[in-house]
Design a protein around this ligand. Structure first.
Ligand SMILES: [Zn+2]
Ligand SMILES: [Zn+2]
Length: 428
């Protein structure tokens, strides 16, 4: 089944998303990075784990599918690069319970329904290269090396051992869930309230009018009549009152979300429009996944000097008190400009962050302005990893999360020639 660019995919992506979710939940408890996660996804998780540990914060997460609207992953679209890889952005909804502990004391618990977006990448061309971790020893190798035998441990693998991988993920709150939750109880309150009001009104007024006299022949009949009147009129008027209340509440919500969603809708329509002139394969969700991951790198990296994902003016990380960040689903598109071979996208991302403050945890809404840049001639390559880049001068491969300059020839490495990099990052 498919409408617009949405396809309900059957089992394949569902299984991968579920497996990744399980491993991701486990990561919170054990620190073991997901087997389904790509090198870059796991690198960001390692940084966050370090930040959590340093602050003695532990987070427990439970994903529940019992109330999920989609039992199958909803495949948003497919992104193909030069033909070696194929990536699907799959979406599934979960009820997520997050519990935070500081020094093993429970501090915060939140429960909400979230839509989980995962980029699932498959290798199409068996001769293509790309960086992966050896499933046996963890050494970072080229795909081709692992197919012929890992250089570190000698184990040989088949493609199915190495791919698919989750190369990106993020989750956003399902806003419709709150409306569903409030609907039934609020109706009950309105109807019961009105029944009680009408009943007591009719009883009191009849007693005052002298229609009901204790000890008279039709005393019980009169009381029953008041109760029936209360039930009928109370139910009808309570329901009308509730409907009016919901209508007004939803209208206020719509007006409010118009202000909040306005920029988001603009970003979602404008960004692909301008970006597709540069990159015909541009996908909004795929790009947002990249930006969210880059933001996490900027927040959880302690030192920017050797971080290849940051190519801006030297600065210090001022966000070291943040232990968790989640994307609120809204992005404001500021500007896009091209300068020579590079294009610069300036956006503002709406998030909820959790900070440590002494022994307490505080959550707040924060907006981050991010300017990202990429070489317009860089060909999308889903096998690319910042953990294993190739120097443009000497061809040597090295880990760009640790070194900004090639360790073999000393030339600076610019990640922006291969993938998106951060040029500016600050709180708005
Ligand atoms: Zn190995
Ligand atoms: Zn080099």
């Amino acid at each position: 089944m498919s409408f617009f660019n949405l396809t309900f995919n059957n089992n394949e992506n569902t299984e991968i998303v579920d497996k990744f979710i399980d491993e991701y939940a486990q990561w919170h408890n054990t620190g073991k990075t997901p087997d389904m996660g790509s090198l870059d996804v796991n690198y960001t998780l390692e940084l966050q784990k370090k930040r959590l540990d340093e602050n003695n914060v532990r987070k427990e997460v439970v994903f529940d599918t019992k109330e999920s609207s989609f039992k199958q992953a909803l495949k948003c679209f497919t992104v193909t690069d030069r033909g070696d890889y194929k990536s699907d952005v799959a979406c599934k909804d979960y009820k997520v319970t997050e519990t935070f502990f500081v020094n093993n004391k429970k501090k915060k618990k939140r429960k909400n329904k979230r839509n989980f977006y995962a980029t699932i990448t498959r290798l199409l061309n068996q001769n293509a290269g790309g960086a992966v971790a050896c499933p046996n020893c963890g050494a970072i190798s080229d795909v081709q090396d692992l197919l012929t035998g890992c250089k570190s441990c000698g184990t040989r693998f088949i493609i199915d051992d190495l791919f698919p991988k989750v190369t990106n993920f993020y989750h956003i709150k399902d806003e419709a869930d709150l409306i569903r939750k409030i609907l039934k109880p609020s109706m009950l309150i309105c109807v019961l309230g009105m029944i009680a009001t009408v009943m007591s009104y009719s009883l009191i007024s009849n007693i005052n009018n002298g229609n009901i006299v204790q000890g008279s022949d039709d005393f019980v009949f009169q009381i029953v009549q008041c109760v029936i009147v209360g039930l009928i009129y109370g139910t009808v008027s309570g329901y009308i009152l509730w409907a009016a209340f919901i209508l007004i509440w939803m209208m206020i919500g719509a007006i409010k979300s118009l202000f909040l969603l306005g920029p988001h809708v603009r970003a979602k329509t404008q960004l692909p429009k301008v970006m597709r002139q540069i990159d015909p394969n541009f996908s909004y969700e795929f790009f947002i996944g990249k930006v969210i991951n880059l933001m996490k790198l900027m927040i959880f990296s302690d030192d920017y000097t050797n971080l290849a994902a940051y190519d801006g003016k030297p600065m210090q990380n001022t966000f070291k008190d943040i232990v968790d960040i989640s994307y609120d689903g809204t992005v404001r598109y500021n500007t896009l400009k091209t300068d020579g071979n590079y294009c610069y996208v300036d956006i503002t991302v709406y998030t909820t962050v959790t900070k440590v403050d002494g022994g307490a945890l505080k959550s707040s809404k924060e907006k981050f302005r991010v300017v990202v840049c990429k070489n317009i001639h860089a060909i999308a390559n889903a096998g690319f990893s910042i953990k294993n880049v190739n120097c443009r001068s000497c061809g040597g491969s090295f880990d760009a999360t640790r070194e900004h300059n090639c360790p073999y020839c000393g030339n600076p490495y610019h990640l922006g020639n291969d993938d998106w990099v951060v040029i500016e990052f600050n709180k708005e």
